[in-house]
Design a protein around this ligand. Structure first.
Ligand code: SF4
Ligand code: SF4
Ligand code: FES
Length: 247
């Protein structure tokens, strides 16, 4: 292993609990790791698992901030372990906890899949167009304004990591609150010209306290989204739209 110039030793205080293990109790365990240049929290976790404790549970797939698997609470802030450099923690102490708001699998691993699936079904995260079945496959695709395509792409960058859900006080108090990830999906399909859902149809999904009217606008989502999605603007936009719907 290449040592960092100052060769400092990092201290990782990690939440450990395996709910599958009878008699196991939640606890914090400290591990020491020699810091290397460019080290991320993810790399350090790998070292701990390979060299100190093979039972440590955490998730990753891409190691590049794309799959959204490695979200965890890093020194009090939801973030991606694979995109967080250890060098940013000047005192070398790093506390890791699992993301709240999701079922715990074990240690730092949570089940975001069940939540994401339920959110997708609730929002209907696919293009809704009742005429689509009548269209011939030989027809050319509908044209889309490039600026609109760019705006949709901006929201499609959501990696479903769950950091915005973990950072949301409303979600913590109210389990049926849709949450910021859901609002980003709604905003994405609402602006898509191929999706024919009316504002009244969207109102059925988010025009209540479990939707945009329950959001307290404290913007934990905006502050903690590793992809810098425009939560504040889009939540305000959706709220304005829903206020305007005649019911
Ligand atoms: S909106 Fe941001 S924080 Fe929330 S799931 Fe998507 S990428 Fe993660
Ligand atoms: S602004 Fe709304 S969605 Fe975002 S964290 Fe606050 S309550 Fe949750
Ligand atoms: S491992 Fe994929 S986002 Fe971190």
């Amino acid at each position: 292993m290449i040592q960092a110039k100052d060769g400092r030793t990092l201290k990782f205080h990690i939440f450990r609990y395996n709910p599958q293990l009878e008699g196991d109790e939640p606890k914090m365990v400290t591990y020491e790791v020699k810091e290397a240049p460019g080290m991320t929290v993810f790399i350090a976790l790998n070292e701990i698992r390979e060299q100190q404790d093979r039972s440590l549970q955490y998730d990753f797939v891409c190691r590049a901030g794309i799959c959204g698997s490695c979200g965890m609470i890093i020194n009090g802030k939801p973030d991606l372990a694979c995109r967080t450099l250890t060098s940013k923690f000047k005192n070398g102490e790093i506390t890791l906890l699992p993301l709240p708001g999701f079922d715990l699998i074990g240690d730092l691993s949570v089940n975001t899949g069940t939540f994401n699936r339920a959110m997708s079904e609730r929002v209907g995260t696919w293009i809704h167009d009742e005429q689509a079945a009548e269209k011939s496959l030989d027809e050319l695709e509908e044209r889309m304004d490039p600026d609109l395509a760019d705006e949709i792409y901006e929201l499609d960058r959501c990696i479903e990591c769950g950091c915005c859900i973990a950072a949301c006080a409303t979600k913590r108090m109210r389990d049926d609150f849709l949450g910021a990830m859901g609002f980003m999906k709604v905003a994405r399909f609402h602006m898509d010209s191929r999706d024919k859902r009316s504002d009244a149809a969207w109102y059925e999904i988010i025009g209540n306290d479990e939707g945009v009217f329950g959001c307290m606008t404290l913007l934990g989502c905006e502050d903690n989204c590793p992809k810098d999605l425009p939560h504040q603007t889009k939540i305000a936009f959706l709220r304005r739209k829903m206020v305007g719907v005649k019911v």
